[in-house]
Every structure is written in C-alpha cells, then in structure tokens.
Write a protein that binds this ligand. Structure first.
Ligand code: ZN
Length: 336
C-alpha cells in the first residue's frame, strides 16, 4: 500500500481507543528498526522527520527510503509526517516531496525559537490546512510552547512557561480546521525533561484532561514523550558516556493521556539512547572492530526493541490490519 493519511490512522486509533507512536528518523537503520517493530507487533505507524532530519538525510533519500519501507511491509499502514515545520514554505515543500502529513508549528515564529502570537499561529496553520487538505494531507498544529530545544527547534524555555490554555485551544481548532493538536503540558524536547520523577506540578495531566473535555473529538498529540528509562541511560554511562541523571514522561502518564484523547505520541530520545548505548557497548567491549555493521546492527536491534515495547504500551499493536487505508485522493474529498 502507498503511504497513508495520518488523519485516517488517528481516526481509527480514536475508534479503537489507542495511541500511535510517532518515531523520528534520520537514516535507513532507524526506518528499518521501526518497520521491523511494526511487523513484529502488527502496528500501524507514524514515521516522522524534522527539518534537521531533512537537512541531514536530504528529502530524496528520505522519501525513497520510505517508499522502500511501504514496498517491503505492505501489511503495515505507514504515515510519513513532517515534525515541527517552521513555516508555510517548509510544509509546502514536504507535501511536494510526498509527506502524507505535516506539522505546521506556528506556536513559534519562522525562526523556530520565538513564541508567536495567537493570530500568527492561526494564520499560518489555516493556510497550510487549505493547501494540505486539498491533497488529502493531514495537518498537526501546536498551541502553547513545548520546553527545550531539539534539532535547533524550540524556544529553550522550561516546559511550564507556555502551557496550553484550554479555551484558546478550542478557538484555535475552530479557526484552523486542523486534524491533530499538539499541546504543552510541561513536557520538553530532548533527554533532560525533568530533574526528578514528574509530579502533577511538573507534568500537567489535569490540563490535558481539561483540554480533552473541551475538545472531545480532537486528536491530541503529546510531544517530548520519551520516557528516558534508567536502563537505557545506564548502558550509555556504563560504557563511557556522561549523561546527567534525568527523567522523562512515565509510560503510565502517556497511557492516562491515551485514555483522554491522545492519539499521537512523539518519541525520539529513547531511540537515540538505545542506539548510542548499543554502539558504545560494541566499542568498549570489542575495540578491535571497525566494520560499521558490527555496531549498526546491534544499534538497530536496540532501537527496534524500544519501538516494539512502546507500540505495545500505546496500544497500537495488533491494529495494522483493522482497516483498509484510503488513497489520499479519497481523503481529500472527505475534507470538502
Ligand atoms: Zn515536538
């Protein structure tokens, strides 16, 4: 099957009451790890690339790798999503390159750093909704600002300084017509999300529930939702790494979110940790090795394990064959 609409995947997830992991990729091995995990767990999946990933890998490599994935795994519905598009032009170019879903992050201005006005956010998001929906492409928007910086994107604030206002979220959805809404509830991008296990004071799940109650039919997106498990940190530090102690978003909190309208869960850091730990282990234990396959294979396997576990925890496992993905042209008609 060709790459599919994220809207359809999230609509099905809402019907089934589960969440779908959105995993970031920069190279072939990460795509392979995700696809193997999806096959093993029979999961629909969202594969996403940030601007940084597009710059690193080049769009043509990325789109051809994704085409290879859908050819090799015909039983898996796969969405190719742009993570944190900073401008209308960035989103447009992703749509032209074959992405089936884009995030227009108008919560920040085009520099990807400065918190923007509500009016600016509505304007750019609406513009992309019109362009994308005409082609059956899905749009995710963001209201409120996530903490931290990743791939040069982010205001570098702590996660609590620009929480999503629930009433503003309602207005934003109404004025933009988007498909999925990223909200700020205290999470941050990167490995250093919380300095201790998060509590209701630092991770505002109540805010998420309040937003869901006001927007029960909107697909919510949790960004910065790696769990940063201690065992993955430990492998890195055991083999010469120097990570400071850190906490991510506990899986139970994500599962609470999924019970309350969260349909897309962004995970990147956990996979980065798994890959780096596996590579460090090979380097430390067998310093005589120099064939990149000797460390890329265990790295890919380590990432696959994390992804498969998250797919099971988010509930998407077993749902790959529940529905027939529609062509984007069919999806486009539904938006009219
Ligand atoms: Zn994000």
């Amino acid at each position: 099957m060709p790459l599919v609409s994220m809207r359809q995947v999230l609509d099905e997830a809402a019907k089934g009451g589960y969440g779908v992991g959105a995993f970031n990729v920069n190279n072939m091995e990460q795509i392979q790890a995700i696809m193997e995990a999806a096959r093993e767990t029979k999961s629909p999946v969202i594969v996403q690339a940030s601007r940084g990933a597009r710059a690193y890998a080049q769009d043509r490599y990325l789109t051809h790798l994704m085409q290879a994935a859908v050819e090799l795994y015909p039983e898996i519905p796969v969405v190719m999503h742009l993570d944190h598009g900073n401008s209308v032009a960035t989103c447009k170019s992703a749509i032209e390159q074959g992405f089936t879903s884009v995030m227009m992050d108008g919560s920040l201005t085009e520099d990807g750093k400065t918190p923007s006005s509500f009016e600016y956010n509505v304007k750019v998001t609406r513009e992309i909704v019109q362009i994308a929906h005409a082609k059956g492409v899905t749009v995710e928007g963001e209201i409120g600002c996530l903490g931290g910086i990743e791939d040069g994107h982010g205001a570098g604030l702590d996660g609590l300084s620009h929480l999503t206002d629930p009433d503003q979220a309602v207005e934003f959805v109404k004025q933009t017509g988007l498909d999925a809404l990223a909200i700020a509830i205290g999470t941050s991008h990167g490995a250093y999300k919380f300095t201790s296990k998060p509590t209701g004071e630092t991770l505002k799940m109540n805010r998420l529930i309040e937003i869901h109650n006001k927007l029960p039919n909107v697909h919510l997106v949790m960004h910065g939702s790696s769990s940063v498990p201690k065992d993955l940190q430990d492998v890195i530090n055991q083999y010469g790494g120097k990570l400071r102690p850190t906490w991510g978003v506990p899986v139970e909190e994500i599962q609470l979110g999924i019970k309350n309208g969260v349909r897309k869960v962004n995970v990147d850091t956990d996979n980065r940790l798994a890959i780096t730990g596996a590579i460090r282990k090979v380097f430390a234990e067998t310093p005589e090795k120099f064939d990149p396959r000797d460390y890329m294979k265990p790295a890919r396997e380590a990432m696959k394990k994390v992804v498969a576990l998250r797919m099971t925890q988010f509930g998407q496992a077993g749902h790959a064959a529940d529905y027939q993905p529609l062509p984007l042209s069919e999806i486009a008609k539904r938006y009219n």
